[in-house]
Structures are given as C-alpha cells and as structure tokens.
Design a protein around this ligand. Structure first.
Ligand SMILES: [Zn+2]
Ligand SMILES: [Zn+2]
Length: 413
C-alpha cells in the first residue's frame, strides 16, 4: 500500500517536473522568440524612421530647390516701390551657381535706386534687387570646378569681360561689357557663369557670412583709397559719414594715415571715432567744414587727400577747397544723372591739384577686400548695425531714407 502511494507520488512529481520543464522550455522559447521579434520590430522601426527622416529631408530639400518652385524675393517695381513676391527659384545652368543667401546688406546704392526707381548702369525695373551678399552654394551647374554644394561663398555684384580695351589695360572697373547681378534680397540667388569664374570667393571658416558680404562695398572703398595714391602718414579727409565714407576712413586709418571725418549726424561722429578717425568735424556748413579741416593741418595748408563720399555737387566743390597744393581730390560719390558742378579752375591749375573719380572695383581689389575682412584688424561688426527679415525691407529702406543711425542692415531671408 505504502509503495503504491510512494510510486504514485514519485510518478506525480515526475509528471509535474516534466510539465514544469516543458513549460519552462516553452516559456523560454516564447520569450526568446518574442525578444527576437521585438528586436526585429525595433530594428525595422528604427530603419523605417531613419529612412523616413532621410527621405523627408531629401524631399524637403528637393521641394525647396525644385518641387516648391518658388521663393520669396524683393522685386523693385519703381520709385520707392519694393514688393516681396513669390518668384521662381533659379536653377544653375552650365557654369552657374545657385546660392542660398545667408545675409544681404543694405547699401547706399540700393537706397539711391529705391529713391530714384532705377540705376543707369545696374538695374532696370521690374527687377530683383540687392547686390551685397554671402551665402551657401546649393547647386553648382555643369562644368563648375571650384565650388560645390555646401561651400560658403561671397559672390560679387559684377564681373568684367576680360577682353575689351579697358580690361586689357587692367581697368576692369570700366569694362565696356561689365556684367551686373542683382537679386540678393531673396532666399536664393543665381550667380551667372562669368561672376562664378571671376568674382566668387571662398569665405574662410572663421568669417561670418554677413561680414563677408561687406567685400563688395569694401572693395569700392579700398579702390577709392588706393586710387588717391596715399603715402604713409598722409592726412586724409573724408566728406560724408555714410557706409562708404566710414569705410574709406577706416581703410585710411588702418593704412596709418591721419584721418579727418567730416560728418553731419551725432551717430556718425561716434562711428567715425570708433573706426579710427584722428579728428571729427561735425557740421552742416560747408564753409565751416573747410575752415575747421584746414585748421587741423599745419599752417592751414590743407590735407594731402580729400575724398568726397556724399554724391552732391556742393560736396564736390568742398573737396577741392580742402586739399593742399599738389594734393589729390577723389570725387568718390556719384551724383544724380545730369548733375554739373562749378569748380575754381584757377585754384585747381595753379595749386596743381589732382582730380580723380574712382568708380567700382576690380577682381584683384575684391580679393584684397576679403583678405582685409578676414585679417582681423578690419572692424566688420561696426558696419552692420541692424538685422531684419526680408519682409521688413520696405521699412528698413524708409528708415534709411529718414537718416536713422543705422550704417548697414543685414537682411536675413
Ligand atoms: Zn553696395
Ligand atoms: Zn571688359
């Protein structure tokens, strides 16, 4: 009897153990299979997400460039009439680039164009607008070897032909067939093949895009200064406290000249001092400007170089009165079409005064300007006093017309 019970217990335990063991095996198999399934699902899910993200990114980029087809851009329609419109995103043909604009700077020339509604040489409305920019290449056309998508570049607003009478003589700024490009106040800009080949520059990594965008105006300033044939230690007077006047002043100060800034507004006095002016003459009276400037030179002799950077006939006349015998006047500021000035020929002849009128820049000077910006001594940050979105462009220009204290505003699309 007892053995029967024992037997039964033993058999029962074995059965239980078998069942438990079988059960454990089954559970382990299930768990293992489950884990495999989870891993597979997670892996698959992750791959799915990754591919969706990358597909999404590609789609967004593609849409931006091709699918969407349009971008926001400022279009100049005429006098004081800028409209932000949807226009086609440009595509890079052979030799061309499409650049995503990182910063486009306001400029005195653009302000003039805004006020007058046209520019004799650069822009006929309706037209894309803006010419000082730096950005990132998004598309390089066939045959472009020097640039590829992702490169940070500054593309100048023009390029000379390289073949005409003037180009062959190294006066590319006067090229008979100079090609201008506008359209910086936009999300993207097309850079024509000739500008890609001759006047598009790589930006060193440490230079901000908005600072690199100063290359164009700074090239004009460097050109105007060098064209005035400065000698070390010369005294240079600059009439006008606008962006270009201040740039010439700064370039002259960096070159070791004694500098006199002749300005009207309080903000310009501060800026001129910050940019290295040795003296500042603040006045709206031409007679006072001449008297005070001459008084700053030995025996009221007059300055070695006077640069006019306003672009009005009175300032042209004033400049001639500032220089010493044998001095140089640079009529740097362009006046409105049809403007004439009256000058004292007696003074110009018997005082042996050199008259120059520097216009625009050459490829070599553009490179020099970017080097100056990258070099660290040039105070790029002092020239960019505001930031605004493309949508605010009209307001920005209205404020510039009302002579605010802004020097340049970086338009960020
Ligand atoms: Zn400009
Ligand atoms: Zn040419």
């Amino acid at each position: 009897m007892a053995s029967t019970v024992k037997d039964a217990i033993l058999r029962g335990r074995k059965t239980v153990e078998t069942v438990v063991e079988g059960g454990l095996n089954t559970v382990e198999t299930v768990v293992e299979a489950g884990l495999n399934t989870v891993d597979a699902v997670v892996g698959k899910g992750r791959r799915g997400v990754e591919s969706a993200v990358s597909l999404g990114r590609r789609t967004v980029e593609h849409t931006l460039l091709h699918g969407r087809g349009t971008m926001q851009a400022a279009v100049l329609h005429g006098r004081e009439d800028i409209r932000i419109e949807e226009v086609p995103i440009p595509k890079a043909e052979a030799g061309e680039l499409v650049v995503r604009v990182g910063a486009a700077l306001t400029c005195g020339t653009d302000l003039k164009v805004f006020r007058r509604g046209y520019h004799a040489r650069m822009i006929v409305p309706p037209a894309l607008f803006g010419h000082e920019l730096a950005g990132t290449v998004v598309q390089a056309g066939e045959g472009v070897g020097d640039f590829t998508a992702g490169d940070r570049v500054v593309a100048l607003n023009s390029a000379p032909c390289g073949q005409c009478f003037f180009c062959e003589r190294g006066q590319e700024n006067l090229c008979d067939d100079i090609l201008f490009n506008n359209g910086a106040y936009a999300e993207f800009i097309r850079i024509p093949a000739r500008i890609v080949a001759k006047n598009t520059l790589h930006i060193p990594d440490h230079v901000k895009l908005e600072y690199a965008a100063l290359t164009e105006p700074l090239a004009c300033a460097v050109h105007g200064f060098e064209d005035s044939r400065p000698r070390p230690g010369d005294t240079v007077a600059v009439i006008g406290g606008g962006p270009l006047g201040l740039m010439i002043l700064h370039v002259a100060a960096l070159a070791g000249c004694e500098t006199i800034a002749i300005v009207k507004h309080d903000g310009q006095v501060e800026a001129a001092k910050q940019l290295g002016a040795s003296h500042v003459v603040q006045t709206t009276s031409i007679r006072k400007a001449i008297k005070e400037t001459r008084a700053l030179t030995e025996k009221n002799r007059g300055v070695d170089i006077a640069v006019e950077a306003v672009g009005v006939p009175e300032a042209w006349q004033e400049a001639v009165e500032l220089v010493r015998k044998g001095g140089c006047v640079n009529f740097f500021g362009g006046c409105a079409l049809g403007t004439h000035v009256t000058l004292d020929t007696n003074r110009i002849h018997y005082s042996d005064i050199t008259l120059r009128a520097t216009f625009h820049h050459t490829p070599a000077i553009c490179r020099k300007a970017l080097e100056l910006i990258a070099g660290g001594r040039f105070q790029a940050q002092a020239f960019i006093t505001g930031h605004a979105h493309l949508y605010e462009l009209n307001r920005v220009f209205e404020e510039l017309m009302n002579r605010g204290s802004e020097i340049k505003t970086a338009i960020v699309p």
